[in-house]
Design a binder for this molecule. Structure first.
Ligand code: HAM
Length: 421
């Protein structure tokens, strides 16, 4: 019996895992420099959490959630996104009592039952930031800056930052009405999904990918003309902060995020080379969400991006962002007795943090040197009966061919290898 991986998922094979580790470490360090701390939540939550937060009429809830019941019949879902779980944890653990501002980041797999295609998977890996605790537009700019600057730091420059304001719930009511008025005469021309959206969530009409609906979108009213004064001022301030940070953006009033919790700022980072799935990262403010799922009324903003699309973009631009780790040394042993006696030294080298390759199945000197070369090791540590008797090793630099005999001492070997002696 042979088994296949589930559709829309993939294995990260050992050959590639260093790239993932690099991106995880790099994002972690970057977020920490901006004062954010890591939060890890379970990969499943009660389904209702997502229904209440993402929105009953959103595609994520309607079509894309992996739902299951446990043995007691309670309904859970694999998390389709990270914001609702972080907010659940913030409320449940009273994080507001620890500090007025919670600056959180996360890394981990998310799950959406969607039609798989390039850059769209059923299990995908997100990195994200959630800032909870202030409505100051500076934080909108800070969160947007983190999302852009990290991608720039990896070497990606062909990015387009698009920002918009979807206003507060009061603005949204006015805008929804304006959209319904505009679309009403064309109802018959809309796709069946959009005919439903017309009543349940008219803004989603702007996000439809069906060509006849896209055509109608061009003349639809702009969200930005329906902002009240405080929302307009907030948006203006965000733009000013971004300019002060020298972060380039374009205003795209057509940005509709796929999740329903957004208020005011909404943004996406687009990478053209990605085809239909061209959003590398996206996010926005969600000032109503915390109260909506049982907390106090606390403003918040965040974003998330996907590693899969990011990897595609990095490969496309041929950016050498991570180096594949190679062994520091390869241990060449000659003689049965030596093979036993060197094991504590070998373990000590590894405990001290050196990457040391060793293969007890290779016997001849020739076979072991061949393996050392193939492994890409920088040094060979050569030990025979004579060296063992004198508690020494031969340390050979495999690039220069230089060789020295030194004491068999793991700390000393480490120092020499690190100092490239
Ligand atoms: P989202 O736009 O649904 O937002 O997803 C964010 C990013 O996750 C996308 O830009 C994309 O890179 C990646 N992504 C989404 N779905 C898939 C998929 N099926 N396959 C591969 N990558 C995918 C959110 O998830 C919000 N929680 C972001 C946020 C945080 N808003 C506020 N705070």
């Amino acid at each position: 019996m042979k088994y296949n991986i589930p559709r829309g998922t993939f294995d990260i094979l050992p050959e590639d895992s260093y790239k993932w580790q690099f991106l995880q470490d790099s994002f972690r360090k970057f977020a920490i420099c901006f004062g954010y701390q890591e939060i890890t939540t379970p990969i499943f939550e009660v389904s209702e959490l997502f229904e209440r937060s993402s929105g009953e009429s959103s595609d994520v809830v309607q079509k894309e959630m992996y739902r299951f019941c446990d043995k007691k019949g309670r309904e859970f879902a694999l998390r389709p996104e990270g914001t609702a779980p972080v907010v659940r944890s913030y409320v449940e653990n009273n994080l507001d009592k620890l500090s007025k501002r919670s600056k959180l980041f996360y890394l981990g797999p998310m799950f959406r039952y969607d039609r798989p295609q390039a850059g769209r998977y059923r299990q995908f890996y997100q990195y994200g930031i959630e800032f909870i605790g202030s409505n100051n537009p500076y934080y909108d700019a800070e969160v947007i800056a983190i999302s852009m600057l990290w991608l720039n730091s990896l070497g990606l420059n062909k990015l387009r930052l698009e920002i918009n304001s979807v206003g507060c719930p009061d603005c949204a009511v006015l805008y929804d009405k304006a959209l319904q008025e505009y679309y009403r005469p064309f109802l018959g021309k809309l796709c069946p999904d959009c005919q439903n959206r017309f009543n349940t969530n008219p803004r989603r009409l702007l996000d439809c990918k069906v060509p006849s609906c896209i055509e109608l979108r061009d003349d639809a009213p702009s969200q930005l003309n329906y902002l009240d004064e405080p929302c307009e001022k907030h948006f203006e301030a965000v733009c000013n902060y971004l300019q002060a940070m020298k972060i380039k953006y374009i205003i795209n009033p057509r940005i509709v995020r796929g999740l329903d919790y957004y208020t005011n700022t909404a943004f996406e980072i687009v990478y053209e080379g990605l085809g239909a799935q061209n959003s590398l990262a996206g996010g926005g403010r969600y000032n109503g969400l915390i109260e909506q799922i049982g907390g106090k009324s606390v403003p918040a903003i965040g974003f998330a991006g996907g590693f899969e699309r990011l990897l595609i973009a990095l490969e496309e631009e041929k950016i050498n962002y991570a180096e594949k780790p190679k062994p520091d040394a390869y241990l060449v042993c000659l003689g049965e007795n030596v093979r036993l006696e060197v094991l504590t030294y070998l373990n000590d080298l590894r405990i001290k943090g050196l990457i040391v390759d060793y293969d007890p199945d290779k016997n001849s000197m020739k076979a072991q040197f061949k393996a050392a070369d193939a492994s890409g090791a920088k040094y060979a540590i050569i030990i025979g009966e004579d060296e063992l008797a004198n508690k020494t090793i031969n340390l050979k630099n495999l690039q220069t061919g230089e060789q020295i005999r030194v004491a068999m001492n793991a700390e000393d070997t480490k120092q020499r290898i690190r100092a490239k002696i």
